[in-house]
Design a protein around this ligand. Structure first.
Ligand code: CMP
Length: 139
C-alpha cells in the first residue's frame, strides 16, 4: 500500500555535501520526497526524538552527534515506503550493509551512519508528526 516514512540525512552526510546523492538513492528506489527541511536540531529535540534509546550506553554520544551540524528531515512516500527505505539505507552498521545501499556507500561508522529511517508504521507516524505539520507535507 502507499505509505509514508520519516527520514533524516544526518550531520556526517550534510558535512560531506552528500544530500543530493542520498536523495537520488531514495528517488531511484521509487520513493518520493513529499516534505523536506534543513534544520539544526536542538539538544532538547534530539534527546526527545531518541528518547527510546535513553538507557543505551551510546545515547548521549548519539544526541551530541545529531546536534553537531545541520540535518535534512524528510517525509518519503511510496509503495511500502517504510520497508523500501530500510532496504535503500542498508543495515545500521555500515560493516553489515549490502552493496549499493546508502550506508554501505556513504556511512563512516555505526553512529555516523548518514541516515535515519522509521522502523515501523507507528514510529513513522510519530516521527513525521514530531517534525512536520500536515500543511508542510505535499503529496
Ligand atoms: P538510527 O536509525 O538513527 O537510530 C539510533 C541510532 O543510534 C542508530 O541509527 C545509530 O546511528 C546509533 N548508534 C550508535 N551506536 C549504536 C549501537 N551500538 N547500536 C545501535 N545503534 C547505534
Amino acid at each position: 500500500a502507499l505509505q509514508r516514512t520519516f527520514s533524516i540525512i544526518k550531520p556526517d552526510a550534510t558535512r560531506r555535501n552528500l544530500t543530493g546523492k542520498i536523495i537520488e538513492k531514495f528517488e531511484e528506489g521509487g520513493l518520493r520526497v513529499v516534505a523536506s527541511k534543513r534544520i539544526h536540531m536542538t539538544e532538547e529535540q534530539a534527546k526527545q526524538f531518541y528518547a527510546v534509546h535513553a538507557e543505551r550506553p551510546f545515547y548521549m554520544d548519539l544526541v551530541n552527534f545529531m546536534i553537531s551540524g545541520p540535518v535534512v528531515v524528510q517525509v518519503l512516500e511510496g509503495e511500502d515506503a517504510i520497508a523500501k527505505n530500510r532496504e535503500i539505507m542498508g543495515a545500521t552498521n555500515p560493516a553489515d550493509a549490502a552493496p549499493g545501499t546508502i550506508r554501505k556507500e556513504f556511512a563512516e561508522s555505526i553512529e555516523a551512519n548518514s541516515v535515519h529511517g522509521s522502523d515501523g508504521p507507528d514510529t513513522a507516524k510519530e516521527e513525521i508528526a514530531f517534525f512536520f505539520s500536515d500543511d508542510e507535507i505535499v503529496g
